[in-house]
Design a protein around this ligand. Structure first.
Ligand SMILES: [Zn+2]
Length: 1021
C-alpha cells in the first residue's frame, strides 16, 4: 500500500472542493477544468445536511425546470394533480401522495418524457366557507346577508384564499417533490370558472343535466345538501345515541273493524294499533303514511285489553318492556301483511294531511330484521319514503326550514336535533308510544362542520349518471389501476351504484351555476344556460372582473321579450375538480391543441377515499363530455395509521411529526419506506418510527460502500477518468475489461436490478420495483465489497485492483441513477460525489440506465455457493465453533461451473480443503487437531492486534512495532509458529515475544485468547 499525499483539491464534507462557500454545482463547474475525478476519504455528509442543501442546489440551478424543458413537447407524459384545499395544512397523508406523485414523474422523465407538473389549489366550496365563517364569527347561513353583506363575505373568502401556501411549499420541498408552485392554478380563477361553465353547458346541451327534487343528505348548519360521496370519502359517520321509539298508530274505525272481524274478536269495534318504529321521532310531525311488507307475517296480540299489530318475527323483542313479556296466549292471530295494505289510520298528532294521507302501503324496503316490521313514512325526510310517496301520490309535508327549524306544529321555531328526544318523551307521556329505548349507532355527519345530517327533499340540479353508466363502465376498461382489484372492485361498484349527481349547492363561494330563468307570457318556465363570458356579454351587454356571487347575480337579460334572472345556486366544487384536466388550461378558450393531444392524462395518484370522489368525478365529467376515460393509469394508496395501528391523532400521541422524522432519519428513508410499503397497494399502513430508522440504516449501506471506496481510492490515488465530456452522461460498462468473477457477478446483479425496477415501474407497481433494491445493496456491500476487500489492499497497481475500482465506481454511480426516482437526495449526493459533475450537473437530468449483459449462469452459481456458505455457518454455529477457528475439511454435493467454489468456501468457512460431489448434503469435519487449534489462536491474536491498532488511533496504513507477551505455552507456540503471518496482517515491522510497559508512545492492551492471558503492546513504527 502506498501512502498518497494529495495536494490538489477534492470533495469536502459539505460537497465543496478545497475551499469553503461553494455549492455542489460550482464544484461541478470547477471539476470540468480537470480531466480526472479524484477522491478523498471522510467526505460523507449527514443526510439532513445534504438533503437541505440539495433543495437549494436544485432551485439555484433550476434543475427541475431543466429536466422538463430538455424533453420534447410532443413526447409528453401527462400528470394530473388532485389539488389540496388551499387553507389545509400538510400532513402525513399529503406527504404520502406527494412521494408517489414525485417518484412516478421522475421515472418517466428519465425515460425521456416531458412531464410537466403544475400545482393546483382547490379554493371553493364549504371548507372555504367554514373557514371564513370561523374567522368572521358567523354561526349560521342566515347571518350572511344580514350580519355580513354577501359582497363582504365573498371578498373575505377570496382574500383568505390568496395566501401563499408557503407552509406547503416548504414541506413539499423537504420531501423532495418537484412541482411548479409559481404556475399553480386556482379553481377560483376567472379562466378556470369559464371552462367549468363551458363544461356545464356542453352537458346540458347533450341532455345530461336536469332539474329535479330528491331526498339528499343535508347539513342544516351550512344549509346545503351534502353528497353521499363526500360523506363516504372521509367516512364522516359518527357514533350517536338516538331514541329508538315504538310508536302506536291507531287504525281508523273501518280498518279496525276489518282486522277485528278477520280475527273473529268478540267486540268488532275493538281499537287496534300498529306499532311502528323510528329513530328520528322529529319526523313524526310530517308523517303521511305507514308502510308494511305484504309478504311478511304479522301478528295481532292483546295486551292489558289493548290490541297491537307487529311483525311476527319481531313481536317478542319489540313488545318486551319492564312490565311486559309476550306469551303465546297473548297472540290472537297470525296474518300476512297483505291484509294491512290499503287500510287507514288516525293522524298521530291530530293534523290531517289531506288526500292520500294516512294509509298503509306495501313497500319492498320494509323488512323484519329490526324494529317492528312497520315503518312510519315522512316522505320529505327519507329516500325510500320519498320514492314510495312519488309513486303513490302520497302527500309530502315539509315542516322545517333550511336550517332545520320547525315552521309549524307544536315545536315550531325549535331545531330538529335539539327536540328529537323531547318529541319522543312528549308522545310517551300522551300514551302513544309503547316504549323508548336508546341506541348507539353510526350516523352521517357533515364532513366539514360535523353537524348531524338530516335527509331532506330538496330541489336540485342533477347530472344524469344513470344514462351514461354503461359507457362509464366500458371506459373503465381503458384504465390501468394499481392495485388492480380496485378496477372491477371498488371503482366499478361506485359507478354501478352511483345515483344521479346533485350538482347544485345552496351556497355562495363557488362557481355560480350558469343558469338563467325566465317566465314566458303563457306562464311557462324558460331556461337559458350560458357557456362562456362572451355569450353572457352578448345577451346582457355586461362583462365582469369577477363572476362570483353576488356580482353575477345582478346580471339579467331579455331574450324574445322574456326577462331572465340567474338562479341563486352554485356548483358542487367536485364538478370543478372533475373539470380540472381541461379547466387548468382554460380549454376550449385556449390551449386547444395542448389539451386535445394529451388527453386522457397518463397518471394520477391519491388515497383510496378518492376512488368514490375525485377519481369518480373525473371519470364522470370526462365520459359525459368526451366519451372517454379521463386518465390512463392510477395508483391508489391506502391510509397511513399511527404507530399503534389506530387513526393518527394528536390526542392518541401515536405519530411523530413528519418533519421530525425526516430530520432524524432523512426524507429519503421516509420516501423509501412509504413507496415500498403496503400503503401503495391501497392498504392501511401503520407508520412506525423504527421502520423509518430501519430503512435509513439499510440505505446507509450505500454510504458504507462509498466510504470504503473513497478510503482506498484516496490512499491509492485512484482517479476516475470520465468519458469524453458531452457523452450524454453515458457511463462506460466495464464488463469487458473486468474479468474477475466478483466484478462480473456484481455487474450482472446491477443489470438485473435495472431491468427489474424498470419492468415494475412500467406497470406502476412501485412496491415490487423497490423490492430488489435492499437485497442488492446487501449483496453489493456484504458480498461484493467484503469479498473484494483484499483486492484493494494489494500494493502496486495491478490490473485486478484497477478493475475492482472501476467496477465499484461504476456500480455505485449506476445505482445513483436507479435510486433517483425514489430517493432523489441520496441519489444526487452520491452521483455528484462520484462523478464530480462530469456526467451532468444532476442525476435527475440523465436518462434511465440501460441494463447491460446479465450472466445468468454466474448468478446461479454464486447463489449456490452462498447457500453453502450459509449452511456451513449454521453447522459451525450449531457445534459452537467460531469461524476464526480453522477446520480441516468441508464436503459439498455440487460442483461449480463458473465460480471457483473452493476459493470462496475455504475463506468464508475457514477450512483447509473442500471436497466436491462426495456427499448428498453439505458436511463439515469438526475435528480440532492441536495444529488447527494453534492456527485458531493466531487468528484471534490478529483480531486483538487490529482492535488495539484502532484503539490506539492508528491509520490503516501505519506500520507498527509490536510486542506480544503470554505465560501460556500453547499460545506462545502459536505466536511463534505464525510470526510472519501476524506481522504481515498487522503491518508490524517488528514483533517481539516480550513484555512491554506503557510509555509515551506505547499503547498497551491486556486481552485473553482461549482463556489465556495475553498482553498486546504496540507503537507506530
Ligand atoms: Zn356542515
Amino acid at each position: 500500500m502506498t501512502a498518497v499525499n494529495k495536494s490538489h483539491f477534492f470533495w469536502k464534507s459539505d460537497g465543496t472542493p478545497g475551499k469553503p462557500g461553494l455549492t455542489a454545482g460550482e464544484v461541478a463547474f470547477i471539476f470540468l477544468k480537470e480531466q480526472n475525478v479524484k477522491f478523498k476519504s471522510g467526505q460523507r455528509r449527514k443526510a439532513i445536511e445534504y438533503e437541505k442543501d440539495l433543495v437549494n442546489y436544485w432551485k439555484d440551478h433550476k434543475t427541475f425546470e431543466k429536466s422538463v424543458d430538455m424533453r420534447l413537447a410532443d413526447n409528453a407524459y401527462v400528470f394530473y394533480d388532485g389539488p389540496p384545499f388551499i387553507t389545509g395544512v400538510p400532513h402525513h397523508g399529503t406527504l404520502l401522495s406527494s412521494v408517489v406523485k414525485d417518484a412516478v414523474p421522475r421515472y418517466w422523465t428519465m425515460k425521456g418524457k416531458r412531464v410537466e407538473r403544475v400545482w393546483g389549489w382547490d379554493c371553493h366550496g364549504l371548507p372555504a366557507e367554514v373557514f371564513t365563517e370561523q374567522k368572521l364569527g358567523i354561526k349560521d347561513k342566515r347571518d350572511i346577508g344580514t350580519k355580513v353583506s354577501l359582497e363582504d363575505y365573498i371578498n373575505f373568502c377570496r382574500a383568505n384564499m390568496v395566501q401563499t401556501g408557503s407552509e406547503w411549499e416548504d414541506t413539499i420541498d423537504r420531501i423532495g417533490r418537484w412541482v411548479d408552485f409559481k404556475g399553480a392554478y386556482k379553481t377560483m380563477d376567472k379562466d378556470f370558472m369559464e371552462s367549468v361553465w363551458w363544461a356545464f353547458k356542453q352537458l346540458y346541451d347533450k341532455g345530461k343535466i336536469y332539474e329535479g327534487e330528491k331526498v339528499l343528505m343535508y347539513c342544516t348548519r351550512d344549509a346545503t345538501p351534502i353528497s353521499k360521496a363526500e360523506v363516504a370519502m372521509d367516512n364522516s359517520y359518527e357514533t350517536d345515541t338516538d331514541p329508538s321509539v315504538y310508536v302506536e298508530f291507531r287504525l281508523d274505525k273501518a280498518s279496525s273493524h276489518k282486522i277485528a272481524k278477520l280475527a273473529k274478536l268478540e267486540d268488532e269495534n275493538s281499537k287496534i294499533k300498529l306499532l311502528a318504529w323510528t329513530t328520528t321521532p322529529w319526523t313524526l310531525n310530517a308523517n303521511t303514511a305507514i308502510a308494511v311488507n305484504k309478504d311478511i307475517e304479522y301478528v295481532l296480540v292483546v295486551i292489558f285489553g289493548d290490541y297491537y299489530v307487529v311483525a311476527r318475527k319481531l313481536a317478542e323483542k319489540a313488545l318486551r318492556r319492564d312490565n311486559y313479556q309476550l306469551t303465546d296466549s297473548d297472540i290472537i292471530m297470525d296474518f300476512p301483511g297483505s291484509e294491512l295494505v290499503g287500510l287507514s289510520y288516525e293522524p298521530l298528532l291530530g293534523v290531517n294531511r289531506g288526500m292520500g294521507a294516512h294509509q298503509i302501503w306495501h313497500a319492498d324496503f320494509v323488512h323484519d330484521e329490526e324494529g317492528t316490521g312497520i315503518a312510519h313514512e315522512a316522505p320529505a325526510y327519507g329516500e325510500d319514503d320519498y320514492t314510495l310517496a312519488k309513486a303513490n301520490g302520497i302527500p309530502l309535508v315539509i315542516d322545517t326550514d333550511d336550517e332545520g327549524y320547525y315552521t309549524e306544529g307544536e315545536w315550531q321555531g325549535r331545531q330538529i336535533w335539539e327536540v328529537n328526544k323531547e318529541v319522543a318523551k312528549t308522545l310517551h307521556e300522551r300514551g302513544v308510544v309503547w316504549k323508548i329505548e336508546y341506541i348507539r349507532h353510526e350516523y352521517p355527519h357533515c364532513h366539514r362542520c360535523h353537524t348531524k345530517l338530516m335527509y331532506r327533499a330538496h330541489p336540485s340540479w342533477f347530472m344524469d349518471v344513470d344514462g351514461q353508466r354503461r359507457e362509464m363502465l366500458e371506459q373503465n376498461g381503458n384504465i390501468n389501476w394499481f392495485p388492480e382489484h380496485i378496477k372491477q372492485g371498488r371503482f366499478a361498484h361506485t359507478v354501478e351504484s352511483a345515483p344521479d349527481w346533485n350538482l347544485s349547492r345552496d351556497r355562495f363561494w363557488a362557481t355560480a351555476m350558469p343558469v338563467w330563468k325566465g317566465t314566458s307570457a303563457e306562464g311557462k318556465e324558460l331556461v337559458k344556460v350560458i357557456g362562456s363570458y362572451a355569450e353572457l356579454k352578448e345577451l346582457s351587454g355586461r362583462e365582469l372582473d369577477d363572476y362570483h356571487r353576488p356580482w353575477v347575480d345582478d346580471i339579467t337579460f331579455e331574450l324574445d321579450g322574456v326577462e331572465y334572472k340567474r338562479i341563486d345556486k352554485v356548483l358542487d366544487c367536485w364538478f370543478e375538480s372533475g373539470s380540472m384536466p381541461f379547466a387548468q388550461f382554460h380549454y376550449p378558450f385556449e390551449n386547444v391543441e395542448k389539451f386535445e393531444n394529451n388527453f386522457p392524462g397518463d397518471f394520477i395518484a391519491e388515497y383510496v377515499g378518492q376512488v368514490r370522489a375525485w377519481f369518480y368525478y373525473l371519470h364522470t365529467v370526462s365520459v359525459g363530455l368526451f366519451d372517454k376515460n379521463s386518465f390512463s393509469n392510477v395508483i391508489v394508496t391506502g391510509t397511513l395509521a399511527g404507530n399503534d395501528g389506530r387513526k393518527m391523532s394528536k390526542s392518541f400521541g401515536n405519530y411523530t411529526d413528519p418533519n421530525i422524522l425526516m430530520d432524524e432519519f432523512s426524507a429519503d428513508a421516509l420516501r423509501f419506506l412509504l413507496l415500498s410499503s403496503p400503503v401503495l397497494n391501497a392498504e392501511d399502513f401503520a407508520l412506525k418510527e423504527k421502520d423509518v430508522a430501519d430503512v435509513q440504516r439499510k440505505l446507509a449501506m450505500v454510504w458504507n460502500m462509498y466510504d470504503f471506496f473513497t478510503l482506498y481510492a484516496s490512499v491509492d490515488g485512484w482517479e476516475w477518468n470520465p468519458p469524453v465530456a458531452g457523452q450524454d452522461g453515458k457511463l462506460e460498462d466495464p464488463s469487458a475489461e473486468c474479468p474477475n468473477v466478483l466484478d462480473q457477478w456484481i455487474l450482472s446483479r446491477l443489470h438485473q436490478l435495472i431491468t427489474e425496477v424498470d419492468g415494475h415501474m412500467q406497470a406502476y407497481d412501485i412496491p415490487n420495483a423497490l423490492k430488489p433494491v435492499l437485497p442488492f445493496l446487501d449483496d453489493a456491500s456484504n458480498w461484493y465489497v467484503r469479498r473484494s476487500r483484499k483486492r484493494f489492499w494489494k500494493s502496486g497497481d495491478d490490473a485486478d485492483k484497477q478493475a475492482a475500482y472501476r467496477t465499484l465506481h461504476y456500480v455505485l454511480t449506476k445505482l445513483s441513477l436507479v435510486l433517483a426516482p425514489f430517493t432523489p437526495f441520496l441519489a444526487e449526493e452520491l452521483f455528484l460525489k462520484l462523478t464530480g459533475g462530469k456526467l451532468g450537473e444532476s442525476v435527475h437530468l440523465l436518462d434511465w440506465p440501460e441494463a447491460g449483459h446479465v450472466n445468468e449462469l454466474l448468478l446461479k452459481d454464486m447463489a449456490a455457493v452462498r447457500t453453502y456458505v450459509n449452511e456451513g455457518l449454521a453447522l459451525r454455529a450449531k457445534a459452537g465453533i467460531k469461524v476464526r477457528q480453522p477446520l480441516a475439511k468441508l464436503s459439498v454435493p455440487q460442483v461449480s461451473q463458473v465460480v471457483d467454489f473452493a476459493d470462496i468456501l475455504t475463506e468464508e468457512l475457514n477450512v483447509k480443503e473442500v471436497e466436491f460431489g462426495a456427499t448428498e448434503a453439505i458436511s463439515l469435519d469438526l475435528t480440532l487437531t492441536p495444529e488447527l487449534k494453534r492456527e485458531g489462536m493466531m487468528r484471534e491474536v490478529v483480531r486483538l492486534v487490529q482492535s488495539a491498532r484502532k484503539a490506539a488511533g492508528l491509520q490503516v496504513d501505519d506500520r507498527i512495532h509490536l510486542w506480544l507477551h503470554t505465560e501460556a505455552a500453547e499460545l506462545a507456540k502459536a505466536i511463534d509458529e505464525y510470526k510472519d503471518a501476524i506481522k504481515g496482517e498487522t503491518l508490524a515491522t517488528e514483533l517481539l515475544h516480550a513484555a512491554k510497559s506503557a510509555g509515551d508512545d506505547v499503547f498497551v492492551q491486556p486481552a485473553k485468547v482461549e482463556g489465556h492471558e495475553l498482553v498486546v503492546a504496540l507503537r507506530k513504527a
